[in-house]
Write a protein of this length. Structure first.
Lengths: 514, 514
């Protein structure tokens, strides 16, 4: 058994079933081992950002890490932005990065790079294999490192080519990870605070708190019982929604709106969430969104069993979750494409148990209101703010939740960063409907330019924020990748396109003319 | 004047005329300053790898650095692979990376990243601005750092948002860089060695040696006079070729072929070149290509005035460059598309003073023979081995050499990494003809799999190296980005497509069916 074979055996024995791959020469023995040894399925991406974003989406739905296969430091670099996003989402990923043989690294070859430094900048755990007979143990350590209690982490194993082809490989198995015991000592005091402060207290859901439908129902019952406010973080790795589920508002993206929403609270109870921070800094505006002096109480950290702690809090308060009244689904809209008609079209057509990928940026923000009437679904948002996550995330979510339909909401600007994901959707025939909101601009930046107080008069800045010369033709871009598509300019055609796409149970792109 | 304005004034005063940009919120004041202050032209890329690869191509033709505008650590990550390539090409680039305001960095915001670590992994120089009134001086230092004698370096300036919007900016100017004096003490001894060793000596051109047509002619005359061998490195940042220019072989990519070519030498004279190293390591094969015990003599390092040193060597030897006999251009080919007919079609149609971008990978390697009969041109190769450089490099080369036609040779696998560059070509209406060699495979890896001795029998490895399910439709991909194109399946239609493309003096893509 060579080192590469021990790596594949170890991944398979440790529960890693999928490898998103973009291989190069230094990974050829790993490719050969994946070929020979059953247990790890390979999915090819034509760009590394597809590979890493897919691994993020996969973790969020499957709850277990995928491996990635990347090619030296520059290949890792191409996947870095979506690993940043995955780290912020607390997704677990095991990156395998091929590198030059240890002897060859002394020389200034073209692809020589500092893979440890590049990988270290966004990995929670990184190790470079030093011998073929240690690769199995190193891989088991990587799989263990990709999990931190209830959430995941970025683990990167650098595999020099000679440790892959060298003899003496020994397979290993990663021990199962345990979710740490919840520190329930704080529960009675928090229960008291929520009762006492009532509407001056905010119960804020994040990580496992927003990701679990039963936890959401418990939180809603706690809020109804104590009179406290209840919200979720602006971005959530996974958030169930739709009919029969409580409607939980999210802290707004815009700083002024967030400050207004949080005005008047003096107690903030974190259930898997972090102290709310503005996405960006703006001249003269604060970074923290909660009023100065607000007491921060941590009910559970993200790596804890957040639903279990909410249950303990509900028990302490004597609260039982109540059924949520069903909102009727919205009617099929007609007429012009507006934020309202787009939202209604999506909520009207969304199939049961769909997974929604939200990288719609400016357009996506307006949808929350209508989605309460949609069929029950999971909502996945880009977590680290690095755009180019959506299409790869949809690939991974579809593979992590087999049989469930996926809807990817994309800005045209954001979709361009990793459009190669369309090819993997076609290759794997994944049931993903992609809506591209074609406003032909970096619309969010047109707003941000005003938000930061920058004054602009000329054409140069306008040109840097506009994508209309030439216009991107998304139907052709999709076709080029092997994905059929259609452009729609009315609510009726949008409804039909969504129905057709979901019915096809295959990749399908809709360019929404804005 | 705010910090961002002082930055633009400093760049313009220091000779930076172009900024390849992919902006985000934290760069809005820089965008506003670029808008208001004349002197720096902005070119938008829809992905950061386009931005950084274009800056590399621009340096190689313009001989001066462009700026890039990147968005925090993840944005830099997206540009990292082509900065790796640019560093290996010794291209000078001034990266401006927007970051959170200094106060905001304390908090765990979604886009918080370790920009210094990410940028530091591939930059020769990196600095984070600490105050608005220091931004100008920092920018001048960055421009200086982007040059090292005759070659360039990667300089990265991190610009926290509050140093951009803060008042008190002061513009500065980067002092002009000098090319260090050539250490000519070694010249007489090297002249003696070349005379004595004759065919046992190899004069190896790199950097300024291969990049200058007069230097090539001097080197050819020196080889003819002394009987030494003459070659260039396998990859060259810029290498003139075509009719009326000496034919200088390059060290082969394949290790066995390189070892065979260098067999029998005992003296290696480096003229801007480095000791030849294998691209990858292979089991049982050496990393160094020169025979063990070969004497290494450095005539000039890359940052020196390599052409001037070759002139000194020629003077020492009493050698004058002779005119090179003109090779007749090849006839227009007909019939099937073969490596030979493709090479003839390119050599037949290439316009005078074209710039050829070579990321053709397996197909590109076969062209060298025919190009001696082509019109005089410059040949630019990807230098760091990170694919995805070609299309962005073509954007930059076209902007760095206004009026000259550009031909980009691309593998279909490599072109997919940064295909968004097509949009910038269309937006700027650059005279770039793109040939995509559509073999629908990672053909190079199919060879490498055998090269490393990996044995494969099954479909999984084949699937990871094949791009045929589904086939990429390059004409649609180009159209989607606003670039017209055509697919050709014969030599005659390839010749016509090349002629049409060059005549259009605008972007044009040809999918070459292999």
């Amino acid at each position: 058994m060579n080192g590469a074979e021990s790596l594949v055996h170890t991944l398979a024995a440790s529960g890693v079933e999928l490898c998103f791959a973009n291989p190069g020469t230094s990974e050829m023995h790993f490719v050969a081992a994946l070929d020979r040894i059953p247990g790890v399925r390979c999915v090819l991406g034509l760009f590394e950002g597809v590979v890493t974003g897919a691994a993020d989406g996969y973790w969020r739905m499957a709850g277990k890490p995928a491996a990635t296969l990347l090619h030296l430091g520059p290949g890792f670099g191409n996947g870095l932005a979506n690993l940043h996003n995955a780290g912020k989402a607390r997704s677990g990923i095991v990156n395998v990065v091929g590198d030059h043989g240890l002897e060859h690294m002394r020389f200034e070859s073209p692809l020589k790079s500092d893979a440890l430094a590049i990988a270290g900048s966004v990995s929670h755990w990184v190790r470079s294999c030093q011998a073929a007979d240690e690769v199995g143990a190193d891989a088991a350590a990587a799989v263990r490192a990709a999990r931190d209690g209830a959430v995941g982490r970025i683990a990167t194993l650098i595999l020099p080519a000679d440790t892959a082809w060298g003899a003496g490989g020994r397979a290993a198995v990663a021990a199962a990870a345990a979710v740490p015991n919840v520190p329930r000592d704080a529960v009675p005091a928090i229960a008291r605070q929520l009762r006492e402060r009532g509407p001056k207290a905010l119960l804020l859901l994040g990580a496992g708190g927003s990701a679990s439908a039963p936890a959401q129902q418990l939180a809603a019952a706690i809020a109804a019982h104590t009179g406290c406010r209840l919200m979720a973080e602006f971005y959530n790795a996974r958030m169930p929604g739709g009919r029969g589920r409580p409607r939980i508002g999210r802290i707004p993206y815009a700083v002024d709106a967030a400050l207004a929403q949080l005005a008047g609270i003096d107690t903030l109870v974190l259930a898997g969430a972090a102290d709310p921070i503005g996405f960006f800094a703006y001249p003269g505006k604060p970074s923290r969104m909660a009023p100065a002096g607000t007491a921060l109480l941590t009910l559970a950290a993200p790596q804890h069993d957040v639903p279990g702690t909410l249950q303990a809090l509900a028990d302490e308060l004597g609260v039982k979750p109540a059924a949520v009244a069903d909102t009727p689904p919205p009617a099929a809209p007609s007429g012009a494409l507006t934020p309202e008609s787009i939202a209604a079209a999506i909520a009207h057509t969304l199939p049961e148990q769909a997974v929604v990928i939200d990288e719609g940026v400016t357009t996506g923000r307006g949808l929350a209101g209508a989605m309460g009437g949609a069929a029950p679904h999971d909502w996945l948002a880009v977590m680290g703010g690095a755009i180019g996550w959506g299409l790869p995330g949809a690939v991974g979510a579809a593979l992590g939740a087999p049989g469930r339909p996926v809807l990817a909401l994309e800005g045209d600007g954001s979709a361009m960063y990793t459009l190669q994901a369309l090819w993997t959707m076609a290759r794997e025939q994944l049931p993903v409907v992609v809506l591209v909101f074609a406003n032909r601009a970096y619309r969010i930046l047109q707003g941000e330019l005003q938000g930061v107080g920058a004054t602009v008069s000329g054409d140069k800045a306008r040109a840097m924020l506009s994508l209309d010369q030439p216009a991107l033709d998304w139907v052709s871009l999709a076709r080029g990748h092997g994905v059929p598509g259609v452009r729609v300019e009315s609510a009726e055609t949008l409804v039909k396109a969504l129905r057709d796409g979901f019915a096809s149970r295959a990749p399908w792109l809709v360019e929404v003319a804005l």
